[in-house]
Design a protein around this ligand. Structure first.
Ligand SMILES: [Zn+2]
Ligand SMILES: [Zn+2]
Length: 286
């Protein structure tokens, strides 16, 4: 079986980022896989969409992710590319809870491998306010981590104008709020946390943990085809209720799989749990 060391060690990868993600991604790929990361100076990943919505993202999150990595592959002499992409919104089941989805891709142009991994952050720094003045939200903005956590300000309602991004001083934040509130037809400014990695410390941490998980997965090879990236491919729900035995939403087992072939192996839960709490059963605790 071909070891991972021969697949990646000593190679250089281009990381398509304008947002300092090499700080979060570089160490994991260097320490676990022996890949050195390069960030090209003249890359415009904003052409693939921005968080504040000035440029809409074309296609699905995976398509944007892969397109971003392929941008990186245009750098002459490099055949390995990495990119990451985040998406933030309300939790699908609990709309009051914000949730972040982080994805990362590695494309190996030499072998044709396109490997994607993801993680969910149930406590991202992702908040917004509608306000007339900074004083009303000053405490909440500070609680969200300002000024290390930067803010974005735009008028709440039409006329649409360019958002002011990356605000990290009280003076700039206040001026932006006053200006946006003045032009908005309802007199309110819309203030939100900047989600770009270099302006969102919590996000940078999440990308770092995902990079370590992904690099670990890429260090394991498939026993059938020897491709790198053996790891959790999907989960199956249906852990039985401990009272009535009915299947619940809880994960029953994880399916390990390969990016390159159909080799799969179901694995029992790593925490050893074989029954679900009846509190999560649709019959015992409706
Ligand atoms: Zn039950
Ligand atoms: Zn395989």
């Amino acid at each position: 079986m071909q070891g991972l060391a021969s697949a990646f060690a000593g190679r250089r990868a281009v990381l398509a980022t304008m947002h300092g993600k090499e700080r979060a991604i570089g160490p994991a790929f260097r320490d676990i896989l022996g890949i050195d990361i390069e960030v090209p100076g003249d890359l415009d990943t904003d052409q693939l969409g921005t968080f504040s919505g000035e440029i809409e993202r074309p296609g699905s999150m995976d398509e944007v992710l892969v397109a971003k990595a392929r941008l990186g592959l245009k750098v002459p002499g490099l055949d390995l590319a990495i990119a990451s992409e985040g998406s933030f919104g309300p939790h699908p089941q609990m709309p009051f809870i914000p949730v972040g989805l982080e994805k990362i891709v590695l494309i190996d142009a030499k072998s044709g491998l396109v490997a994607i991994d993801q993680s969910v952050d149930l406590s991202p720094t992702y908040v917004s306010w509608e306000t007339r003045c900074l004083t009303d939200i000053a405490d909440q903005v500070r609680a969200a981590g300002f000024p290390d956590q930067a803010m974005i300000v735009r008028p709440h309602i039409f006329p649409a104008s360019r958002a002011q991004r990356g605000l990290q001083t009280l003076e700039n934040l206040e001026a932006a709020i006053v200006q946006a509130a003045r032009v908005s037809s309802d007199g309110l400014a819309f203030v939100q946390t900047d989600m770009r990695a270099h302006f969102n410390p919590k996000r940078m941490m999440s990308i770092g943990s995902l990079a370590r998980k992904f690099a670990g997965r890429l260090s394991r090879t498939c026993s059938m085809c020897a491709a790198p990236g053996w790891g959790v491919k999907r989960t199956e729900q249906g852990l039985p209720c401990s009272w009535c035995g009915a299947p619940t939403q809880w994960v029953l087992y994880e399916v390990l799989g390969c990016y390159a072939c159909d080799n799969e192996r179901p694995m029992p839960r790593s925490d050893g749990l074989t029954e679900a709490d009846p509190a999560h059963c649709q019959y015992c605790n409706p």
